[in-house]
Design a protein around this ligand. Sequence first.
Ligand SMILES: CCCCCCC/C=C/C(=O)SCCNC(=O)CCNC(=O)[C@H](O)C(C)(C)COP(=O)(O)OP(=O)(O)OC[C@H]1O[C@@H](n2cnc3c(N)ncnc32)[C@H](O)[C@@H]1OP(=O)(O)O
Ligand SMILES: NC(=O)C1=CN([C@@H]2O[C@H](COP(=O)(O)OP(=O)(O)OC[C@H]3O[C@@H](n4cnc5c(N)ncnc54)[C@H](OP(=O)(O)O)[C@@H]3O)[C@@H](O)[C@H]2O)C=CC1
Length: 296
Amino acid sequence: MSIDIFRPDALAGKSILVTGGGSGLGKEISKALADRGATVHICGRRAQVLEAAAREIASSDKAKVYTHVCDIRDADQVDQMMEAIWSVGPLTGLLNNAAANFIAPTKELSPRGFRAVTSTVMDGSFHVTLAAGKRWIAGGLKGSVVSNLVTWVWTGSAFVVPSAMAKTALHAMTMSLAVEWGPYGIRLNATAPGPFPTESAWEKLNPLPDTKSSATSADTVPMRRFGQMRELQSLIIFLMSDACEYLTGQTIAIDGGQHLAGPGTFADLSVLTDEQWKAARDAIVKSTERDKSQRA
Ligand SMILES: CCCCCCC/C=C/C(=O)SCCNC(=O)CCNC(=O)[C@H](O)C(C)(C)COP(=O)(O)OP(=O)(O)OC[C@H]1O[C@@H](n2cnc3c(N)ncnc32)[C@H](O)[C@@H]1OP(=O)(O)O
Ligand SMILES: NC(=O)C1=CN([C@@H]2O[C@H](COP(=O)(O)OP(=O)(O)OC[C@H]3O[C@@H](n4cnc5c(N)ncnc54)[C@H](OP(=O)(O)O)[C@@H]3O)[C@@H](O)[C@H]2O)C=CC1
């Protein structure tokens, strides 16, 4: 049966775990999944944050939202959470969204600082993916894993090296398990969002107003704006739905073209006026005419 992802009940019958669903992008995406009819499980380390988020997510009487206090860095805690979820009903989808990050010169990072980020992003997301995947395989169930990554999986990024490394590891996990688990009907895809300002990320990545990086600025995005939550919500609904089950192993950038507009391209020329473009053309024609005049 084909699924229309624009239907309000496109995710009816789905049960989806959103890690880090208590705040930021995870909370907004959870709202959209619940709105489309999915049962939503959210996890994080702060009970009060999760409870407050659950009240927001369950805005309609029909929505079912479950909260789980779980530190995804701890594989035993993850397993206990999965047991609790499966006692309600099996998941059909997992959004690896929980993350840790901060800007820092790499030479100043302590081993604990490095692990604070990588153990959450890489180890934590792996623990959750494995805990869901082995239950799907044992039960003969299909599943969809989506991971919120970042465009640094293609470009790398200075000053957030543990995050860039750990997200790139998840990009490799997405491609690798898409192949290994494809025969079981388990799909793995990922998103690579550009800047979608959230309170927590901006506090950690943009702590000083006068040292704003182009990474967290709209000016360098070809579309000249930040991402809008509904755009990321639509992409995740699509990836979690049954609309396009042949799609697996892909990391999809949703960044207004930001990562393609790097300093090694001519992206900065988008500020040129028509007059400047005409002057540039005239100068190029002059150069070409000189070359031609020197040919035999
Ligand atoms: C291209 C588009 C632009 C936007 C792209 C955005 C891409 C990705 C964004 C994100 O992922 S944003 C997510 C932001 N959210 C979070 O980080 C939430 C979770 N964060 C935390 O829990 C903390 O911030 C934490 C520091 C990451 C971890 O906390 P934890 O309690 O586990 O650790 P601590 O004991 O506090 O510290 C451990 C260790 O880390 C060192 N450290 C902490 N902050 C810094 C810093 N700013 N610089 C250098 N080192 C730091 C700390 O000193 C500890 O090390 P030791 O001193 O004990 O050796
Ligand atoms: N905002 C943006 O512009 C972009 C964000 N992204 C990605 O999107 C995702 C969400 O980012 P954003 O909403 O901005 O960030 P937030 O900081 O708001 O969200 C991170 C969430 O992860 C949870 N979390 C952190 N550590 C753990 C842990 N050990 N166990 C369980 N939960 C944990 C936090 O809850 P708690 O502290 O209670 O545990 C929090 O709810 C991240 O993966 C980020 O890398 C990617 C590109 C751009």
